[in-house]
Design a protein around this ligand. Structure first.
Ligand code: SF4
Length: 288
């Protein structure tokens, strides 16, 4: 995902998505490395493959929504077939049954909303948006299992930004909006439902507005310093962000941030470990 800037530094504007906000919140220095310094490293082959399949699944669901043929897509890839079977066996509730549809309902896949906010353009692309007279539903396809801790997902910027954008760019009230995730790798059982829905509210909306104001105010001053040659702040090492990485919603693995050496976090830690080990081997000497 690219940050868009104009050619004149004094007239820069940034297109910010939930991905940018998540990274900025996790660690401003990581945001700098990825989006300002453009130091993104190549993905592992399995990550690459997973991403391609995820994109294909989104394309498949969009074609289905548009009433275009999908058989060829499904037959070409067993994994897509499996995910699509999971969808037909256990679709999100709002897509069950034609009788739920009334005249005047509106639905759109890959629906984009943008909002100008000072020097920034906030943007979100909804996998599926369903608008009814008194209700708006945002639906997002995830090609992994439902996270064990829904709280974590609730705090994710996707869950916060998407309803926020909809309220700010439509006549819907926060209480009329919900955000649903559908997880292709979940069991679809009572213990592990395939979908997870978050209701939106006026309180959440105001909190999101305040948080966005704060984050973007910080980003503006960090960027001014960055263009004068100063890096964005690092998170404290105790935050766990340098060691615990990354980025798939709900999945965390115990690996180092890929910038840990550049940030001197990994060396610090290795040296700290070595130092502690060395100190533990030094015999105590009496002080007389
Ligand atoms: S190593 Fe730590 S400080 Fe550096 S970019 Fe990664 S998370 Fe941020």
């Amino acid at each position: 995902m690219q940050i868009t800037t104009s050619t004149q530094p004094q007239a820069r504007f940034f297109l910010l998505s939930q991905t940018h906000l998540n990274l900025l919140t996790a660690c401003p220095r990581k945001f700098q490395h990825v989006y300002l310094d453009q130091l993104g490293l190549p993905k592992l082959p399995e990550e690459e493959e997973r991403q391609v399949l995820g994109t294909q699944f989104h394309k498949l669901m969009q074609q289905r929504e548009l009433g275009l043929p999908i058989t060829e897509l499904i037959q070409a890839e067993p994994q897509l077939q499996r995910w699509f079977n999971a969808f037909t066996n256990s679709p999100p509730e709002m897509l069950m049954g034609d009788d739920l549809w009334s005249e005047g309902d509106y639905r759109d896949s890959e629906h984009q909303r943008t909002l100008c906010w000072h020097n920034y353009v906030l943007t979100g692309i909804y996998d599926l948006l369903i608008l009814r007279q008194q209700q708006a539903q945002i639906l997002d396809w995830k090609t992994y299992a439902r996270p064990q801790n829904p709280q974590w997902l609730q705090q994710n910027w996707q869950t916060r930004l998407y309803p926020f954008l909809l309220v700010e760019t439509s006549d819907y009230r926060p209480e009329q909006i919900s955000m649903t995730y559908w997880f292709a790798e979940s069991q679809g059982t009572e213990a592990e439902p395939q979908s997870l829905t978050f209701a939106y509210s006026s309180d959440r909306h105001e909190q999101t507005r305040q948080d966005l104001n704060q984050i973007l105010k910080s980003l503006t001053s960090w960027l001014q310093l960055y263009w004068q040659g100063n890096p964005l702040p690092q998170v404290p090492i105790e935050s766990g962000e340098c060691r615990h990485h990354e980025t798939n919603i709900g999945n965390s693995s115990e690996s180092w941030c890929r910038f840990a050496i550049r940030c001197q976090r990994r060396l610090d830690s290795l040296m700290e470990g070595t130092r502690s080990k060395a100190i533990s081997h030094i015999q105590e000497l009496p002080l007389w």
